[in-house]
Design a protein around this ligand. Structure first.
Ligand code: ASP
Length: 304
């Protein structure tokens, strides 16, 4: 059987970092990354695209759209795509690509590492190889492959900034696993319905506000310049009584207000408590069990 033809899109991140005396910064190209993976040659044929080389802290929505456009423009040439990415904002990229690249019948796999490739104890080699293995196993759609987990693009959350086991699938089971021997098991994978569809542009006219006790209400007054405001509240969701008036004014000015929660799992349910019902009565919209990253991407793609 012919080897799968895969495009490796290098974007920087710890996986490609070296310390040049000023702290870790991306230094290696995609070609240099795959030199560390001799096993790849028997697995698939890899073409490299060095799209940019950034700590993912510096990756913007424009950069993410560039990744989506590259995949759209080369979709017919490859059997799958691996994106080597910094882990810090990988969940935002995964979610945006999930919403921009719809009903895919090919895999788009994001991966990264907590330690640079080639360093003792690095997770980079395993994660990169696993990403290619998941492609060869026939996954379809956007996912992150990290620490042996296959996490669908709209459920990826980074929960640890040191450990190799840094990501969770929040709000959905894993789409699969890759064990230490490299064996891939795919489960719960959604089958594509219809033809692949590519969203070309996104709208970033939104802001996220995290509620903390005693938040100054006047901050909310400044948010009327945004079309969409996500308020990250507490528990099942609600607006503190002391902020009700300003939130009401904000909604009346034409801004859509969405409610999410600081809790990592569970669902925002505005019908549960009186504070939630009052928020609902003001016109606030529940984000249910979406992660913040997923909610932002859905908003940027005009789905909600
Ligand atoms: N700061 C790095 C980045 O996100 C962290 C990592 O890749 O793990 O690019």
């Amino acid at each position: 059987m012919a080897l799968k033809h895969v495009l490796l899109i290098a974007t920087g991140g710890t996986v490609a970092c070296r310390d040049n005396g000023n702290g870790l910064a991306p230094a290696l190209s995609g070609e240099q990354l795959i030199e560390f993976l001799p096993e790849l040659s028997g697995l698939c044929e890899v073409v490299v695209e060095n799209l940019f080389s950034k700590d993912s802290t510096d990756i913007t929505t424009d950069d993410r759209v560039k990744i989506a456009h590259l995949i759209r423009d080369t979709y017919d040439k490859f059997d799958g795509f691996v994106i080597a990415h910094g882990t810090d904002t990988l969940a935002y990229t995964a979610a945006l690509l999930y919403h921009m690249l719809r009903s895919l019948d090919k895999p788009v796999i994001l991966t990264g590492a907590q330690k640079p490739i080639g360093e003792p104890g690095s997770d980079a080699e395993r994660n990169l190889l696993d990403a290619f293995r998941v492609i060869c196993a026939g996954y379809a759609g956007v996912a992150a492959v990290v620490h042996g987990q296959v996490i669908r693009g709209d459920h990826v959350v980074k929960v640890d900034c040191e450990k190799a086991n840094a990501f969770r699938s929040v709000g959905a089971p894993l789409d699969g696993t890759v064990d230490r021997t490299g064996t891939v098991r795919l489960e719960h994978v959604l089958q594509p319905t219809g033809r692949p569809e590519f969203i070309d542009t996104v709208d970033s006219d939104f802001v996220l506000l995290k509620l903390v006790p005693d938040l100054d209400p006047s901050i909310i007054t400044f948010l009327s310049r945004y079309k969409k405001v996500i308020i990250e509240g507490y528990g099942s969701g609600g607006i503190p009584i002391r902020l009700e008036k300003v939130v009401q004014k904000l909604i009346r000015s034409g801004t859509t207000v969405y409610i999410t929660t600081q809790c990592l799992s569970g669902t925002v349910d505005l019908s549960k408590y009186a504070v939630g019902r009052r928020a609902e009565a003001l016109g606030a919209v529940s984000l249910g069990n979406r992660t913040v990253e997923d909610a932002i991407a859905a908003i940027q793609c005009g789905e909600i």
